[in-house]
Design a protein around this ligand. Structure first.
Ligand code: SAH
Length: 405
């Protein structure tokens, strides 16, 4: 993590913070109060972990034993996906994160959550936008061109993707802009332009054009390679994701030739990481996002798991159809969004009859609700492990193993 003599490593910064007992948000980061990205700004890391573990215990300990939280080795600069919005202050172009609950842009060159290289590239995009006289998009008048810039980085491969989100495909000086950006940052392996004419706050619009490189990046988790497209979901904290997936894999305890379902599979990461460790696993993944399903299929091929199949569908609809056809599985992974899964999904599990279900959750409240429902359908939660995927924020991930009664 050490980058230069002048620059402190995250660990050193952290130690200094704790030593000086700078407990106010402002001391922690000059824009912490406005930005709102770090709920636990100024809270010592040991205390953050304790708070999160307690949150999971409060919600789950009446359901199953809750193990100690798996913390991060370094709680700073972990985000591998970073985006800034562009706007103007009088005649000046500004770029940064939105203030919490508003669309006011806060300028701050470094952020304690963002990978440092990603922040540097964003700063250079801003400087180049000024140099090339690119007009920032104005949400009020809907004039201007540059809306956002999104960076994704493969932490294992060091490949970097840049997505420039524009209000129109007409980008004067595009070639020169791309040339100068890639010369300054040779780690950029691909640049895409996304056209977003939407009026809501979605970052990406419907159309994406590859301007440089392959249009995607590769990364690696637990020795398995993953193709990541701009639109696909990919966990934002690489090191903690490896710990999370190892826990999921350990809970699933896959045996040779077992039939495995990875529901809400994204680009296939959980299923492929687990299946790659056991011979002859028959893997099916289900995911709503078509771009992610396309990536998942290619990921299976890239890692020599041609037999894995990935289905673009709503997970509940798939479960209902599979149970109507009397299909069965030995193991089911599910990793739904914060809203959790549905009663119909849980009900269908009874027919699909897996011996083990591994629930990876990013919201312990909906997890507790769903576990109670699983219990009604014959699945007993054995244990839960909280994982700190998002240090400095209040969010906590949890892995739960359930077995068939
Ligand atoms: N397991 C993956 C993705 C988890 S995020 C990983 O660890 O990377 C949750 C995923 O569920 C997202 O990819 C999202 O697109 C997908 N999703 C959301 N609603 C869904 C639904 N109703 N049916 C299937 N997939 C859904």
């Amino acid at each position: 993590m050490k980058e230069s003599k002048q620059e402190k490593t995250a660990g050193e910064y952290f130690v200094e913070q704790e030593k000086n007992n700078r407990k106010t948000k402002k001391d922690f980061c000059p824009v912490a109060r406005k930005c709102g990205g770090c709920d636990y700004a100024g809270v010592p890391y040991a205390e953050q972990k304790k708070k999160k573990e307690q949150k999971v215990k409060d919600l789950l300990s009446s359901i199953c034993p809750v193990r100690s939280i798996v913390g991060a080795d370094d709680p700073f600069y972990y985000r591998n996906k970073v985006h800034w919005a562009f706007g103007h202050m009088g005649p000046h172009l500004i770029a940064g994160r939105y203030e919490e609950g508003s669309h006011w842009i806060i300028e701050n060159d470094t952020c304690l959550l963002e990978d440092k290289e990603c922040s540097k590239i964003l700063l250079d995009i801003k400087n180049l936008a000024v140099k090339f006289k690119i007009q920032p998009f104005d949400e009020r008048t809907r004039r201007g061109l540059l809306r956002r810039a999104l960076i994704r980085k493969g932490m294992a491969t060091k490949e970097v993707m840049v997505v420039l989100v524009l209000a129109s495909p007409v980008f004067p000086g595009k070639k020169g802009f791309i040339k100068q950006l890639t010369e300054k940052h040779p780690s950029i392996t691909t640049i895409l332009i996304n056209i977003n004419t939407r009026t809501d706050s979605m970052i990406l619009g419907g159309k994406t054009i590859t301007e440089f490189g392959r249009g995607f990046i590769w990364d690696e988790l637990l020795g398995v390679r993953f193709k990541i497209s701009p639109e696909s979901f990919y966990q934002i904290n690489h090191d903690q994701t490896e710990k999370l997936y190892s826990l999921a894999n350990e809970a699933a305890d896959l045996k040779k030739g077992e039939k495995v379902l990875d529901a809400y599979c994204g680009i296939g990461t959980i299923g492929l990481c687990s299946a790659s460790k056991t011979e002859g696993v028959l893997l099916t993944g289900v995911e709503l996002n078509r771009a992610a399903v396309k990536d998942a299929r290619e990921n299976a091929k890239e890692n020599g798991m041609e037999k894995a199949r990935f289905i673009a569908a709503d997970a509940t609809e798939y479960m209902k159809e599979a149970s109507a056809k009397n299909e069965t599985y030995d193991v089911v992974f599910l990793d739904p969004p914060r809203s959790g899964t549905t009663p119909e999904f849980i009900c269908a599990c009874e027919t699909l009859c897996p011996q083990r279900i591994v629930y990876v959750s990013c919201d312990p409240t909906t997890l507790a609700r769903d576990l109670k429902e699983f219990k009604k359908h014959g699945y007993d939660p054995q244990y839960a492990v909280p994982v700190d995927m998002f240090p400095l924020t209040q969010h906590v991930e949890t892995v739960v193993l359930m077995t068939k009664r």
